[in-house]
Design a protein around this ligand. Structure first.
Ligand code: B12
Ligand code: SF4
Length: 618
């Protein structure tokens, strides 16, 4: 369907937009052309990209009353760039794909993607659909919820504040009765689960990808003025060809690299999608589109970068395709105009499977990494790579329950050894990953937490470094653990769970404590905060872990006082030992140039045909 005959579209708008062109916030006159038929938007806090990933993650996790901290560190974070027609110069990849999907049926001039402040310029009597894409509108996802609740009273994360502000703007539009509000993106489920449709003035939440015809049908209905279902789950495309790519600028230069994963962790949402690695040519053309529109940074979105090039091949997906990956990343960082490149997600087993791959990727990627870790990196310019990697737990018992295939090809019984070996190889190559941990898994005992603490203390003992980001188990919608119950507020955490949380943060702050004043500032600051507020909010179990965090009493003394648990030394397997414990038929996929193959092992003369990658895991 083409809406070309829609009354009042297309003319006269440019004049108004030229009047408001530029970086300043535009005036909010009603649209002279009657507005756009379909208006796309996203919360400003999910759109900005000039201060790096960190600012968005901080906004998801810090409560609104702490906004002043970010305002002082990034005074210009609200500055945005607009195209000459007033539309947004950059938007999250999700918005760009909704736009691209709609352009298959509607005219360019009927659609606009704009910043929340510009909505009044584009929503008018002609508007029939306002589509909001959101990652995390209410902050009820893991990590985001935990940190705001630790700080108490105002639990609203900064991002939720701005998401709510966006919905309030839409709700108060004088034309609200004429259009439907459709929400999508990875955070849509939060509106369903909290039943905030009326409060936020949302007509329909679409769960799934915009490419699907079911998603398009929602827009067709909205344009015809028909009632929409409150919630709809749409089919995920199953082929590489059906996935669309942005041809304009995305936030952080996000371009999709894969969908799905294949390791089948029980708590995971993205793993429910089909495992697809996307065509190189399409990835590269989206990279070039970003550069053309002034983006200097690129990030390939994936659940595990290491499966790319090894999906549905004769080799199981967990043996990375070194040549394909080096070729893809090489072409991306060498695309003229790409000045910065940031890694998104990966798993740790591939580092142990193929350390040479890590080395070759480091040589390619470090020069374009915007991350500098002066106290950790051995790179001449102190550059580092920090993909997001799931550690989740150090307890083999727990790992068997929630993520039995997380470490394939290695058995989950070797998980602690795998993590330590993987981290050793990554650190040697200046990769300092951000590792997530889950605290409060259903059925988690103090022994499980002690096992995780053992692993964390062992990292410290071996001088290995990862940013450890613990979050409290959140049963995510649609996952295999959606009906499970975890910890719902910080007061329920046991002293052991608190110790794990605080130990992780203490270790994270190590590189920031090399100045003479760093440790002192932490001691005084954290104890003052505890006296002022935190002890009331978080209860008595929080007290000693906080003293441990502050460093005001040594851990040895706290242990002597019986207040904390000091992780015990772990005897773990080396890479050679791990390989010796592999299923024999996996040996054929290991590369000899990495060494550590069993003595006397000779690779089979001809590569055998093996089962497909997905079958191999299950
Ligand atoms: C890149 C990324 C980031 C980046 C950049 C995000 C950005 N604003 O661009 C950074 C690092 C900043 C980030 C931060 C966070 N992220 Co993030 N992120 C991702 C990642 C890897 C890719 C997202 C992406 O752009 N995908 C590509 C686009 C095209 O996909 P999409 O947005 O889903 O859009 C499709 C559909 O959802 C749909 N759609 C989207 N919008 C709309 C709108 C309508 C109306 C319709 C019909 C359809 C529709 O159509 C699109 C495709 O056709 C995903 C994992 C993944 N593979 O999705 C995690 C992911 C989305 N993030 C996640 C989380 C938890 C977070 C944080 C809360 C982490 C934290 N504690 O800090 C924060 C929240 C940030 C915030 N602002 O609140 C989780 C979400 C879990 C959940 N379901 O709630 C995911 C799934 C990761 C995971 N493995 O768990 N993230
Ligand atoms: S490894 Fe990560 S992306 Fe893959 S299934 Fe597990 S949690 Fe999901």
């Amino acid at each position: 369907m083409n809406s070309g005959n829609f009354p009042g579209n297309g003319n006269g708008h440019e004049k108004t937009n030229r009047e408001v062109n530029g970086a300043e916030t535009p005036t909010c006159l009603p649209p002279v052309d009657g507005g756009k038929l379909i208006v796309l938007t996203a919360p400003i806090t999910e759109t900005i990209d000039h201060a790096g990933y960190f600012i968005q993650m901080a906004m998801a996790s810090l409560p609104i009353w702490m906004e002043f901290v970010l305002n002082s560190k990034y005074p210009k974070w609200r500055e945005l760039q607009r195209n000459s027609d007033g539309s947004a110069r950059f938007m999250p990849a999700g918005v760009r794909l909704v736009e691209k999907s709609l352009l298959r049926e509607y005219r360019r001039e009927d659609i606009v993607a704009c910043f929340p402040d510009d909505l009044p310029k584009f929503i008018g009597p002609n508007t029939r659909a306002v589509a909001v894409s959101t990652h995390n509108p209410l902050g009820v996802t893991f990590a985001a919820g935990v940190y705001t609740s630790i700080f108490g009273s105002s639990k609203l994360p900064i991002n939720s504040h701005y998401a709510r502000d966006l919905f309030a703007k839409i709700k108060s539009s004088p034309y609200r009765e004429n259009f439907k509000v459709v929400v999508g993106g990875s955070g849509g489920w939060q509106i369903i689960q909290t039943d905030t449709y009326d409060e936020l003035s949302v007509d329909c939440v679409v769960e799934g990808r915009s490419e699907s015809d079911d998603s398009m049908e929602i827009f067709r209905k909205a344009i015809r003025g028909e009632e929409l279902p409150r919630q709809i789950e749409v089919r995920h495309p199953t082929s590489r060809e059906a996935i669309l790519f942005p041809d304009s600028r995305t936030t952080f230069g996000v371009v999709e690299m894969t969908t799905g994963c294949g390791r089948r962790c029980q708590f995971c949402v993205p793993d429910l999608n089909p495992q697809i690695d996307l065509p190189k040519e399409k990835i590269l053309s989206a990279v070039r589109a970003n550069v053309r529109e002034g983006n200097k940074q690129i990030s390939l979105a994936t659940e595990d970068m290491f499966i790319w090039g090894q999906v549905q091949t004769d080799t199981p997906f967990f043996f990375p395709n070194r040549e394909a990956l080096v070729d893809l990343y090489g072409e991306i960082v060498n695309t003229p105009g790409v000045e910065q490149h940031v890694l998104s997600h990966s798993t740790i087993a591939p580092a142990v499977v193929d350390p040479q791959l890590i080395k070759q990727l480091s040589d390619l990627l470090l020069p374009k990494s915007p991350i500098h870790l002066p106290y950790l990196s051995t790179h001449p310019q102190k550059k580092a790579l920090s993909p997001l990697v799931g550690l989740e737990t150090g307890s083999v018992r727990m790992a068997k329950q929630i993520m039995p295939s997380k470490g394939v090809p290695f058995p989950i019984e070797d998980w602690p050894s795998l993590v330590l070996e993987g981290l050793r190889i990554l650190n040697q190559n200046n990769w300092f990953p951000v590792m997530t941990l889950i605290v409060g898994n259903p059925g988690e005992t103090d022994q499980d937490v002690m096992d995780t603490l053992d692993l964390v203390y062992e990292m410290e003992r071996r001088n290995l470094f990862a940013f450890l980001i613990p979050s409290i188990f959140t049963p995510l919608h649609d996952t295999r653990m959606e009906s499970k119950k975890g910890v719902t507020e910080t007061r329920q955490l046991t002293p052991m769970q608190w110790q794990l949380l605080m130990k992780c943060w203490k270790l994270n702050l190590r590189p920031g404590q090399y100045s003479w004043w760093g440790p002192m500032a932490w001691r005084i600051g954290s104890i003052a905060m505890w006296l002022y507020k935190l002890r009331k909010i978080n209860g008595p179990n929080f007290t000693w872990p906080l003293w441990m965090f502050s460093g005001a009493i040594s851990e040895k003394n706290l242990k002597r006082m019986g207040k904390i648990y000091l992780g015990k030394p772990l005897k773990t397997k080396t890479r050679k030992d791990l390989i010796a414990n592999l299923r024999p038929h996996y040996l054929q996929y290991l590369r000899a140039d990495n060494g550590d193959l069993p003595e006397g092992y000779t690779p089979p003369p001809k590569k055998q045909k093996v089962m497909s990658s997905l079958q191999a895991v299950s």
